[in-house]
Structures are given as C-alpha cells and as structure tokens.
Design a protein around this ligand. Structure first.
Ligand code: CP
Length: 315
C-alpha cells in the first residue's frame, strides 16, 4: 500500500509522472470524467481548510467518483474521544482512499500504519503538506517551464509554515536551485532543515530579513502567511503578522518574469493590488491543486490495485 505522508515518499521520477499526468488531465479533461466511477474519497479534516479539502473533493467528482467526510473534528467522533487509528480503520471500510488533515505532526503517518486504503497527508501541524508541494511544483513548471536552475525567495513564517518545509524537501532534489530565506529572526526556518537538507546536500542558501534587499535576484517569490494557529502567545503573533507586505512598489525592482506564489489563504502579506499583475500566479496555483490531486489519486488508487484506466498511458 502506497501512502503520501511526506514529499520524499515520492521519488523525483514519481513526482514528474504525477505532474505529467496532471498536465494531461488539464489538456484532456473530458477523457477523465468517468475514470473513477464507483470510487470513494473520504476527506477527514480535523483542522480548517478551504482549498485542500474542496480541491480534493472537486478532483474526485471530476474523475466521476464520490466523496464523503467531515470538515472539523467537532463534527466527528473525535469529539467523543475516538482515536485517529480507530477513525482510519473504520473509514477504510467506507472509502477507497483517504485525505486527512490534522493539527498534530505525525497523525497521518500513524493513520497510515493501520489503514487498509491509501492515506494522503493533507497537512499535519507545522510539519508537512505534500499535496501543496505537488501543487507548487506543477505551478512552477507551468509558469517557468522548468523545475531547475532558479532562485526562489521563501518569505514570511518559515518556522511554522508546513508548505515551505515540504517544498524545500521536494525541490532540493532538483538541480541548481538557490534559496533565499526571508523571515524575521523569530520565524526562521528550523535548524533541522538547514542542516539535513541544505548543508548535507551542499545547497546554496542565504538568510535575510527584508525582501527589498533581494527582490531583483528572484525568479520566484513564495509568500506565506504568519501561522496564527501555531503561536503560543497572541502578542507575538500581533507583533509579527505584518512584517512583510508585498505591494506594487516593492515589485518595481523585481524581474519581469518573476512568479509570485502563495499557497493561500492570504491575510495581509500580498496587497490585493498585486492580483492584477500578470506575474501573480497564486490563483492559478490554487486551480493547479485540483489537477494535481486528480493525478495523485489515480496513481495511488492504481498502486492499490484499482485498475483505473489512464488515457495518458495510451498516447
Ligand atoms: N493552501 C492550503 O492548504 O489552503 P487551505 O488551508 O485552505 O486548505
């Protein structure tokens, strides 16, 4: 049984296959509209979500399958004290594949250990968000035409931002990517990522505290919101939440083909005026999330023996 818990559960070849299939789905949507007929996705969201849950659900519907699930722990038997393990065992009797978000790091891994169906980590605490990473990779490939040879600025809450952690893990396996880490000192990237990924693999990185000092160097800027829900202290959140606001004036120094990304939701960190800039691709990024999740579910269901027909394989 193959699950997706951490971005490194997928080899680079497997990631590229998922992105290729997603691209084929984008180009031939009608050919995929029935391939998952009779299949069921369960979305178990113990934490709030708009994009991830709804794009998973739209993805399964657009493949011709069905969806069941819950959108908060309060509306499930977790509120009565049921364990994650028991929940997963039971839902495996009702669904063919499970997408699960949980505030506790490691909960999806624990769920996968007892699951009879594939588990997809839809975000676990401040740890990982591998399907956002697939979304980001598809977006970079569509916007820039490549997944190598660029400089990416990661800006905002690099401490708690699971999308950043997952993206670095996946991108670090592609060639010649330079990282500029833009954060206040309180929200720096965790040391384990610096040592285990950048230093161990001799990957170029720099830590700075303002976006202005590096704007002209960037091929991609990946903005993130300060993760209010992970702070222990409200006063610290209030002090840090507006550290970075990307606006038209800061973009004057940027490259003409900069890609402006954000996993969303946005709070204040990108001015809404930037939305009209053709370099702003965060809404296209959110749409890519649906296609990449369609592709991923086909791949995982077929790994589990579902025998879903894949038009792309016939071309
Ligand atoms: N990007 C993302 O994970 O958004 P949601 O929290 O709305 O799912």
């Amino acid at each position: 049984m193959k699950h997706l818990i951490d971005p490194t559960d997928l080899s680079v070849a497997e990631i590229n296959d998922i992105l290729d299939l997603a691209q084929d789905i984008i180009e031939h949507k009608e050919e995929y509209s029935e391939v998952c007929k009779g299949k069921k996705l369960a979305t178990l969201f113990f934490e709030p979500s708009t994009r991830t849950r709804l794009s998973f659900e739209a993805a399964m519907m657009e493949l011709g399958g069905n969806v069941l699930g819950f959108s908060s722990a309060d509306s499930s038997s977790a509120a009565k004290g049921e364990s994650v393990g028991d929940t997963i065992r039971v839902v495996g009797c009702y669904a063919d594949i499970i997408a699960m978000r949980h505030p506790k790091e490691g909960a999806p891994l624990f769920g996968a250990a007892v699951s009879s169906v594939p588990i997809i980590n839809a975000g676990d605490g401040g740890h990982n968000h591998p399907t956002q990473t697939l979304t980001d990779l598809l977006t970079i490939r569509r916007e820039k035409g490549r997944l190598d040879n660029f400089t990416i600025g990661l800006c905002g809450d690099l401490k708690f931002g699971r999308t950043v952690h997952s993206l670095i893990k996946a991108l670090s396996r592609y060639e010649n990517i330079k990282y500029i880490l833009i954060s206040p000192k309180e929200l720096k990237l965790p040391d384990y990522i610096i040592t285990e990924i950048f230093e161990k693999n001799n990957i170029e990185y720099r830590e700075v505290t303002t976006m202005e000092e590096v704007m002209d160097e960037l091929d991609i800027i990946y903005m993130t919101r300060v993760q209010k829900e992970r702070f222990f202290n409200e006063a610290d959140y209030v002090r840090l939440k507006d550290t970075y606001i990307l606006d038209e004036s800061k973009l004057k120094a940027a490259k003409k083909d900069l890609a402006i990304m954000h996993p969303l939701p946005r709070v204040n960190e990108i001015s809404t005026k930037v939305d009209e800039d053709p370099r702003a691709c965060y809404f296209r990024q959110a749409e890519n999330g649906k296609y990449v999740r369609m592709s991923l579910m086909i791949k995982l269901l077929n790994e589990a023996g579902a025998g879903i027909p894949v038009p792309f394989d016939e071309r």
